[in-house]
Unconditional design. Structure first.
Length: 116
């Protein structure tokens, strides 16, 4: 999903490099908050794989610690929610268009009453 090859090492930096620039700070803050609090994380954001198609994902996971409190690794899952996000955005646009048309119709109706 992120477009990594088998030869590329998967590091925090390489993973963050695939996060959409507009959301990178929020994702980093979510990771840091989860690490500091030793809690799980979940965040919805966009990724930009090398093949160029931006995808909406939900990333969930947690840090694993050793007995000295050092981070051993991160275990997580990324779920592609692009289709759902696209549907949500289309529905939002349709609602906004309907609200606009309702306002235009109301203005037109009020205009007719003002002329009478």
């Amino acid at each position: 999903m992120y477009g990594f090859t088998l030869q590329e090492p998967l590091t925090r930096e390489s993973l963050l490099s695939r996060i959409h620039p507009d959301e990178r700070v929020a994702v980093e803050a979510t990771f840091e908050q989860a690490r500091a609090s030793q809690r799980t994380f979940e965040i919805e954001h966009r990724i930009v794989p090398p093949y160029g198609k931006i995808r909406w994902v939900i990333a969930r996971g947690r840090f694993l610690w050793d007995e000295h409190g050092n981070v051993l690794e991160i275990i997580g899952v990324t779920i592609d929610v692009s289709a759902q996000k696209q549907s949500d955005l289309q529905l939002q646009a349709q609602r906004e268009e309907l609200a606009h048309l309702s306002r235009v119709a109301l203005i037109g109706r009020n205009d007719r009453f003002d002329r009478a």
